[in-house]
Ligand binder design. Structure first.
Ligand SMILES: [Zn+2]
Ligand SMILES: [Zn+2]
Length: 321
């Protein structure tokens, strides 16, 4: 497998694989073959193979299919919008050993006559779920909604397979003694978190899938917020950032909670990031339009005399940090 390695790499700290890079809605079809149509999901492997998953968009289903039965997943949500959580009910580690039992005399096609059961857990939860913006109670309520009728068959035991956790105010989530996830507030309707993954060397990966940088704003609060974020992400080797819009589309979407690819590039240069990975692509953006967007961003980098590298995430992208 070919890995892309940022210039600032100092030995392999993390492997990242993209399982979904699309924003808002899945968008399969002939125009999105290369970048893919699945919504947000990234697999992040630490050097000791600890598995972090960032967001549970539709890409989560394919990731789940390749995980071993004993694998423990530390799943972090940037927020609870549907494109970031809709893969959860189809995540194989939750659904293993779920049986569908037709009740006596029932016609199998009649959903109301099906009794769906999950085998008891032999070892406790295998999936630990943390949201960057929600309390434990709110995450439990979300799971309840996603995994219960009328959205889903009644498989109550599946919810018990998830260990719900929460950030403590002002403290990072400690995944292992050498692996931490920090969160920072994004500008996004209903709130979203920006996640920064650190190991013992410091910051390695920043993930900001839904974030309105809003360089057009003259509001002092916005400018101060962006300045604070620049400092929090300073020198990060890999920045994965919202790049939903073109410059032409941006003015019509003020307040929608997303950035343009050019804004993401400007921000990445201000952060002195090593590699910018454009992410959360607009569902209408074709492969050709994505290529053009990447070129535009690279031109800005060249004009600015920066050493930033820019790519756009595609399904199957693998990179090392
Ligand atoms: Zn989104
Ligand atoms: Zn969102």
């Amino acid at each position: 497998m070919a890995y892309i390695t940022p210039r600032s790499s100092r030995g392999m700290r993390f492997r990242v694989r993209c399982w979904g890079a699309r924003g808002t809605m899945p968008s399969p079809g002939p125009h999105t073959v290369r970048y893919g149509g699945h919504t947000s999901c990234l697999e992040v492997r630490a050097a000791d193979d600890t598995l972090l998953v960032l967001d549970a968009g539709t890409g989560l289903r394919s990731l789940g299919q390749k995980l071993g039965p004993d694998e423990i997943t530390h799943l972090f949500l940037s927020h609870q919008h549907s494109d970031h959580v809709i893969g959860l009910p189809h995540f194989a580690p939750l659904m293993r050993d779920v049986g569908v039992l037709a009740t006596a005399g029932a016609v199998a096609s009649e959903a109301r006559d099906l009794d769906v059961s999950a085998a008891p857990l032999p070892f406790g939860p295998r999936v630990f779920l943390t949201s960057g913006t929600a309390s434990r109670g709110e995450v439990h309520a979300l799971l309840d909604t996603l995994l219960s009728p009328p959205l889903f068959p009644p498989i109550g035991a599946v919810i018990e397979r998830v260990g719900v956790q929460a950030f403590n105010d002002g403290a990072p989530a400690e995944v292992t003694s050498q692996l931490f996830v920090h969160r920072f507030p994004a500008r996004h309707p209903g709130d979203a978190a920006i996640l920064r993954i650190d190991d013992t060397h410091g910051a390695a990966i920043a993930y900001a899938p839904d974030n309105e940088l809003d360089y057009a704003s003259t509001d002092a609060d916005v400018i101060a917020w962006r300045r604070g974020l620049t400092l929090a992400l300073h020198g990060v080797p890999v920045l994965i950032h919202d790049a939903m819009y073109t410059e032409a589309e941006l003015p019509r979407h003020h307040g929608w909670g997303h950035s343009s690819a050019i804004e993401a590039t400007r921000f990445a240069m201000e952060c002195v990031a090593g590699l910018l990975v454009l992410f959360h692509h607009h569902p209408d953006r074709s492969d050709e339009a994505m290529d053009a967007l990447v070129q535009e961003c690279r031109q800005l980098v060249a004009l600015s005399g920066s050493s930033l590298r820019v790519i756009a995430a595609w399904e199957g992208l693998s990179l090392t940090v």
